[in-house]
Design a protein. Structure first.
Length: 183
């Protein structure tokens, strides 16, 4: 059993002058201090595959995420449900969708979809080249890139549901919103 992974990133920095969303009114970009990226990680283990993409954007709507998934799925054959896309929630990103006084820019949105899809496809195509963990040895350790031993107890799984979290503060502290007095 081996875990394989690969990574890729593509620039999705909007053109100077495009609106920066999330500021309650249009704010045109005046320069670039750090490029924005779509970053992808692709994993394969025992015939099961997954692509995770992080996009430097304040948010993404379902149509945008589904467009990215469709492009990746068409190029890789991977089911869309095996592709996860998340936004970094940067308020210095491009106009990916209409939010807080800023409209989406269709041209930028097309670039974002293409860049995120390219990142996912590129990472996917590189997966067989990088082994993260090799077979368990007789001594009970996995091997990182087939050279570095990892103790068997470093790899943990949870076969049962985790216990529910118990808050460290009294629940009555926030009860005033419901009309009861706080402790």
């Amino acid at each position: 059993m081996s875990l394989f992974a690969a990574f890729a990133a593509f620039d999705i920095t909007p053109a100077i002058g495009m609106d920066i969303p999330g500021g309650f009114s249009p704010r045109p970009g005046t320069g670039v201090s750090m490029p924005l990226q779509a970053r992808a990680a692709a994993f394969e283990n025992l015939g099961s595959s997954l692509i995770i993409i992080g996009v430097d954007a304040v948010s993404l709507n379902f149509d945008t995420a589904n467009a990215i998934k469709a492009e990746i799925s068409a190029a890789t054959g991977l089911a869309p449900r095996r592709i996860a896309i998340v936004a970094s929630h940067t308020h210095s990103g491009g106009p990916a969708n209409a939010v807080l006084g800023t409209d989406a820019n269709p041209a930028y949105l097309a670039e974002l979809v293409a860049g995120a899809a390219k990142a996912g496809i590129t990472a996917w195509r590189q997966v067989p080249t990088t082994a993260l963990a090799g077979p368990l040895t007789a001594a009970g350790s996995a091997r990182m890139a087939n050279t570095t031993p990892i103790p068997a107890n470093a790899i943990q799984t949870c076969s049962t549901q985790p216990a529910p979290l118990t808050p460290k503060w009294p629940s009555s502290r926030f009860a005033t919103r419901r009309g009861t007095s706080s402790a």
